[in-house]
Design a protein around this ligand. Structure first.
Ligand SMILES: [Zn+2]
Ligand SMILES: [Zn+2]
Length: 394
């Protein structure tokens, strides 16, 4: 149990320190996130449209003008200098341009060769020049970002409890990875490298509610460290130990039986390749094809998940075969089928941590987000981020 009696509130000095630390923690928890937009795209010009609200353009710290819904403007580094352009008005900047929301605002961004007109952003926009290109950074509260990620990554038509699980995972990931793009001047990018973020959540109303109802909740391990909230599409009936897939163990990612995902779309798959290709591959891996074990090369039926292919003393990891043949999972059997061999497999993904399709099924059966998170992550706690220091203090 997490102790709640670590502070003596009768002790005035302790109380004062408590308030100070609490205040500083709250300030930190409320700090907005900086998200690098269109990560991996190189562009010198971008067009913006204010859709709702009111914004203010601030060039090198100086207010330039206010923008209303329908106003369009461009940002460009084409001249070699960062420049704000609105019709005849052009203003060069030596360092940064901030497009600040005065009241809650929505805006659209268009960059050449990239269709993003359907995306709407909120919060502020920081525009800088990096080398010769434009860097766009969206500044917004963590909770708004979480809703956007869950919509971009989680898909539509799920239950509230499943969205709550996704919100908590996304929030945990974001807060555990705030330094991932430190050198580039923002916290996280908007691509799969971090978490996919395509602006505000606006198609699935349940996501906003799920975000609010889990506000500030993150997953921590027994040391009150934020967990690496690994997840995958479908574990195939048994999740994996982290150390069997990656190099290091994670105390909360322990392989366990999961029957919830067995009836879901990604629970089974098949893939055939030429037998000559498969035998050539095994030959290269020094699999003994000339003796009695060669039969197992085309007739491999493991009764449970195995880490190594057929003859485990040869140490050909199934996860490497998965990678080399682009299989959906490392949990498969091999069958001969004329001059082809067929891999028949279960699950989709690395199998570590939370099984998304299992979680979707659990939520539809009436399990709560807490049940689901505790089922897939071993010995974890759900705590408010702003009080993490309190639980960790000792
Ligand atoms: Zn990233
Ligand atoms: Zn599963």
């Amino acid at each position: 149990m997490l102790a709640c009696s670590r502070f003596n509130f009768a002790n005035m000095r302790g109380g004062f320190i408590f308030i100070l630390v609490l205040f500083s923690t709250l300030v930190y928890a409320n700090d907005p996130l900086k998200i690098g937009l269109f990560h991996g795209q190189e562009f010198l010009r971008a067009s913006f449209t204010v859709v709702k609200g009111q914004m203010e353009v601030v060039v090198d710290g100086e207010a330039l003008l206010k923008l209303q819904p329908g106003d369009q403007f461009d940002m460009s580094t084409a001249s070699g200098q960062l420049c704000f352009i609105k019709g005849e008005l052009q203003k060069k900047s030596s360092s940064r341009i901030v497009i600040r929301s005065i009241i809650p605002t929505l805006f659209k961004i268009q960059i050449a060769g990239f269709k993003a007109t359907q995306r709407l952003y909120e919060g502020d926009l920081l525009v800088t020049k990096v080398g010769s290109r434009l860097q766009l950074t969206n500044i917004l509260p963590l909770e708004n970002y979480v809703s956007g990620v869950v919509e971009a990554e989680g898909g539509a038509r799920h239950t509230m409890e499943y969205y709550k699980v996704q919100c908590i995972i996304s929030r945990t990931y974001a807060t555990a990875n705030l330094r991932r793009h430190e050198a580039e001047g923002f916290h996280l990018c908007d691509a799969t490298h971090c978490q996919v973020y395509h602006g505000v959540s606006r198609h699935e109303p349940l996501i906003k509610i799920a975000t609010q109802e889990t506000e500030d909740i993150v997953i921590v391990d027994q040391n009150i460290d934020l967990i690496t909230a690994a997840f995958h599409s479908n574990c195939g009936g048994h999740t994996n130990n982290a150390e069997d897939v990656w190099s290091k163990p994670l105390s909360y990612c322990i392989g366990k039986k999961d029957t919830f995902c067995l009836v879901m779309p990604n629970s089974n798959w098949e893939k055939s390749v030429e037998k000559t290709q498969w035998m050539g591959y095994l030959n290269k891996k020094k699999y003994p094809l000339e003796d009695s074990s060669s039969a197992s090369a085309v007739a491999y039926f493991p009764s449970e998940k195995e880490l190594y292919f057929a003859d485990s003393s040869l140490k050909i990891p199934n996860k490497v075969i998965r990678q080399d043949f682009k299989l959906k999972s490392a949990y498969f059997s091999v069958h001969q089928n004329g001059d082809k061999v067929t891999f028949i497999g279960q699950g989709f993904g690395h199998g570590v941590g939370l099984c998304q399709e299992g979680a979707i099924r659990m939520a539809s059966l009436g399990y709560t987000y807490k049940d689901i998170i505790h089922f897939y992550y071993t010995d974890v706690h759900l705590i408010p981020l702003r009080f993490r220091w309190f639980f960790a203090a000792e």
